[in-house]
Design a protein around this ligand. Structure first.
Ligand code: UTP
Length: 408
């Protein structure tokens, strides 16, 4: 698009301030700003006023979980079905690696974090090793899609290439960049990070499907008759990817989606929990739960909100495509956003001075028919690396790897 077209498009949405410094820029900076503007999805801006709308709280009720005891009873059947799906090429994996990893405080992509003790072992490497276990059991490669963000795309691709894709067949790996959402000030005006760059950030892990669709990858999946997408977080180094039991359970029950869950270590563990919100599968965040809810028990004495999500979901492709136009809730985060002011001076506030927009993956569940929560053994499949120190850090993940006989 040319300057005039872009100016007209920005005028229509009241955002011409993005071209305020245009005349001062070099030709290449001008081109890069115009390219960024045309690639940005500004549709979330029309929903900015939703941040002030207080909606009635949804009715929250417990959701039925397929427990480990139940899974054990049908293990052979589930495994057989799951392996058959893998052998027929009906499942693919989607790695969510577009996050900023702020808590871990790394400068590069989170997956490049080295958790090794006597040799380098990268998070990406651990994930590939885990996926390869199920690929080998099936005897056939699985397509792996890696979602990056504008900020970490090149570094992620280069890292995989430099490490020969950790032994995975590169023909089966596809990278795609997730969509970005612009950051705005309190008046809903998009901020400039520099005179020639919009302030923007990845649009949340709920953006995975629309980004994948926009990248043309759903056509590839349809052409290859892929039915299930196992979508997983980058930060769990014990992530069991394309687990035949999970695939088998979701498929045999005819569910639209599934979510791996773990028994919370205590009612006060700060994790999101599977539930029904107004009768639809969803996740309730720790801070949304009342003290009573956290301690509510059923007749058998079990906590009813006790299964936490781990960032490992299974989605039926056809159902996601049908739900593509469903309006996902938009989440607004009030944050300090580095930007330039009206005179072009950099501003780095200590206090929130801008807004970021995000979609959450678990909101997609509510737009589908149903979701099967599937309990896993915590110590075998859940070793998150979220923080620099303490809980869910490299040290806790290392200990769990060692416990599972994984040499680091
Ligand atoms: P987190 O919520 O843990 O976010 O993401 P994060 O960015 O990794 O870390 P913090 O909160 O900044 O410390 C859960 C998963 O969702 C992915 C992350 O890469 C991780 O696998 N994610 C998150 C995306 O792919 N895109 C996003 O926009 C946000």
């Amino acid at each position: 698009m040319q300057y005039e077209d872009i100016r007209a498009a920005l005028d229509a949405i009241g955002q011409t301030q993005l071209l305020r410094f245009y005349e001062e820029l070099s030709p290449s900076e001008q081109q890069s700003l115009l390219a960024q503007i045309s690639a940005t999805d500004f549709s979330c801006l029309s929903r900015f006023s939703e941040k002030d709308i207080s909606r009635p709280a949804p009715h929250v009720s417990p959701i039925r979980t397929l427990t480990r005891g139940e899974i054990r009873k049908e293990e052979a059947q589930l495994k057989e079905r799951g392996l058959a799906l893998l052998r027929e090429g009906r499942a693919a994996a989607v790695l969510l690696a577009g996050g900023m990893g702020t808590r871990l405080g790394m400068s590069g992509p989170k997956g490049t974090c080295d958790i090794g003790m006597s040799r380098p072992v990268y998070i990406f490497e651990r994930l590939i090793d885990n996926l390869l276990i199920n690929v080998r059991a099936a005897g056939r490669p699985v397509r792996l899609f890696i979602m990056t963000s504008e900020a970490n795309d090149k570094a992620t691709r280069d890292f995989f290439e430099a490490h020969a894709y950790f032994g995975y067949d590169a023909d089966y790996i596809r990278f795609f960049v997730q969509d970005s959402a612009p950051a705005v000030d309190d008046d809903g005006k998009v901020l400039l990070e520099t005179k020639s760059r919009i302030a923007s950030s990845p649009n949340g892990n709920g953006g995975w499907f629309s980004s994948m669709h926009r990248a043309g990858l759903t056509d590839l999946l349809l052409a290859e008759n892929v039915e299930y997408l196992n979508v997983f977080n980058v930060d769990n180094v014990l992530q069991n990817i394309c687990d035949p039991l999970f695939l088998g359970a979701v498929d045999l029950r005819g569910a639209d989606s599934g979510a791996k869950v773990v028994q919370k270590s205590s009612p006060d563990e700060k994790t999101g929990v599977m539930c029904l919100k107004d009768g639809r599968a969803s996740v309730i965040e720790y801070y949304e739960m009342t003290e009573d809810m956290r301690h509510e028990k059923d007749e058998e004495g079990n906590y009813v909100y006790s299964f936490g999500v781990i960032g490992n979901y299974l989605f039926r492709l056809s159902s996601c495509l049908k739900a593509l136009d469903a309006r996902l809730p938009l989440h607004f985060a009030h944050k300090a956003v580095p930007h330039v002011d009206l005179s072009g001076r950099p501003v780095k506030a200590d206090q929130p001075d801008g807004w970021k927009f995000e979609y959450f993956i678990f909101d997609i569940l509510a737009s589908l028919k149903d979701c099967l929560p599937f309990e896993i053994e915590r110590d075998k499949e859940f070793a998150p690396v979220k923080n620099k120190e303490g809980n869910d850090s490299v040290a806790t993940a290392q200990a769990l790897c060692l416990k599972n006989g994984i040499e680091l």
